[in-house]
Design a binder for this molecule. Sequence first.
Ligand code: GDG
Length: 724
Amino acid sequence: MKLITVANRLPVTFRDNAIIRSDGGLVSALEGVRRDNELIWVGWPGGDVPQEGRDAMIKTLREDLGCEPVFLSAEEREGYYDGFSNASLWPILHYMPDYMEYKDEWFDAYWQVNRKFADTVLRVAQDGDIVWVQDYHLFLLPEMLAEANPTLRIGFFLHTPFPSYELFRCQPRRQELLRGVLGAQLVGFHTFGYLRHFRSSLQRILNVDSNLNQVLWGDHRARLGVFPIGIDSHGFGKLVKSDEVARFRTEIDAQYADHRMVLSVERLDYSKGIPKKLQAIERFLELYPELVDSINFVLIAVPSREEVDTYRDLKESVAQSVGHINGRFATVRNIPVNFINRSVPFAELVALYSRADMALVTPLVDGMNLVAKEYLACRENGDGVLLLSEFAGAAQELFSAVLVNPYDIDGVSRAIADGLQMHIDEQRERVLPMRQRILEYNADRWTEDFLAHLDASSDDQQATAGYQSARRDVLAALQPPGTSLHLFLDYDGTLREFERNPLDAVPTAEMRDLFRQLDACADCHVFIVSGRSQSFLDAHFGDYRFGLVAEHGYWVRLPGADWTLLKNDADLSWKAQIMPIFQFHALSTPGSSVEEKRSALVWHYRKADPEFGAWKANHLIGELTESISNLPVEIHHGKCIVEVNSQHISKGIAVERAMKQVPPGGVAVCIGDDQTDESMLQLRFDNFFPIKVGEGATAATYRIPSPKKVRAFLSDLIAAAKAP
Ligand code: GDG
């Protein structure tokens, strides 16, 4: 297997004219994959690399480090990275629309750079390779790759939160972004909440069909999954025992002897909630003056995105607040806030984790937060206190942390005080199970889990090759030439894609051409078996030599004949009882409507809010089930419809009758997508091929992924039937 992982940055840094591999959870997790497989990193190497030094650098990156660089000009970086990624997308992904800025030229640069990444990946990828795209900088990449090479197995992982639809819809390029991600076969998130929000944005912005596990987008299926990222916890465990860390630890112990240490580590980013944290620290110092001389808040705030205005402003205001607090509370014996605005060496960070009495991790919103996990990984004795924001993804996993609301300044300051007094037994009771969790679900497991799911998703795509088997088997049955072909075809969702307004779902020019070919094919006999009304079928199919079945089998019109009732004696008196229930639901669900047919009542909710519509549909079904238990009716929950019709009528009964006209040796193909089609898809005769369109449980033997593929399939059958 070859794995190509694509991220904004390559895992390298330049120091003293040398390229040095930088470590991190993702890097060590993926390096594990390299043991048995070929691994290539694609990304921006960082900084400005002069043209003359590039060839040598590319050689070293490629040969020694398995990296394929994507060089970006200063202009590209400004539009793609500082602009669209960090000033436009990052704020909206972190629920901060006021910080969001947007310029069309930023998006153009973002598109161009994603294209550049795509070109690099396509240059190194071979058919069937796995490509794992990381994070929000590359939302457009999966679609670009899938279009260029459909054999690639593409995964996408989002490291940030995915916000509620109410927020995401503020992003002017929301549609392109979602479509871009959907090129992947597996889309992963840190938490179930993010997955849910993503799905709801897809439903509302792209109007796609989806359940919680997967999304259907044309012919393509994207699985959704939850993979909370882990850290290299064993690596931390080893490092904490190393001599290098011990040396730092000795210095730190001397410096902070007899002091309690509360440690914060983060990039200087507004999502991390540093100003609120400083307010809580100030409040704490006000409330507990007796501790002022014996406590140190060590705040490591690594400079980040300093090209973006909001980050520069934040840095100034944080520095001011620190100055203000220290000015107010410092004594000759102690300066309570130790603000370090630079990156500290990794071994020093580990020494600090191992020394700190408490980790104060209080982001306003955070995809996961690795610092919380790293602190636990360095607590070999199981002591220490983790104070963790409820709004970090990590809070979904680290249940026994002291969870705080970072907006509740008094609450956080009290939690700091309580935490510092926590008994050692309680510290261990809380820390040990969390350590267990991060040791087990570490970075390696995270990678394995994602890649195994991606593998399974790729198999799914193969499974839709049920199309190929259907084609092969039906074409084989159509031998010798001249064998009669009988087609029983549902219309909506089978021949024709759904539209928001069902009246707009009329046959397109391409479909009319297909119908003309079917009509002209002497050995083809077509039945349109639909839930639609007679008038709709007359209007769109009346000119062809087709049999028509309207209202799920209530009306039948044989080719060239008039409409007749399938059953003359069907009892329809129940309609009067059910109509008021339907009407009430239509009124209380904006965008929904009732359709009355001769033999059925239908409540349509395709135009309603998708989640609200589905929720009300379940209510309606519950209510109907209670009120109609003795009536001769059936309830169907179809795609955005709830339909009640007579038990004595079904598409299956209509098809069964029509099958009596099929001559011996004739081949019948029956295709439908909906629950109401199952009555015909479950029929069995010789040379009868039942085919289900799309997902879901079915009695059919074959599956075709979409109406588009159904039309292609029918064209193939016509060609075969015409062949001499
Ligand atoms: C994004 C998401 C998600 C920090 N200071 C120093 C230093 N660090 C290292 C830490 C940790 C990493 O930086 C920070 O990771 P976080 O997860 O806390 O935050 P983001 O950078 O915002 O990461 C986040 C993550 O992606 C993974 O999916 O958890 O939610 O926002 O590893 O150790 N390292 C060194 N010196 C420092 O001063 N050497």
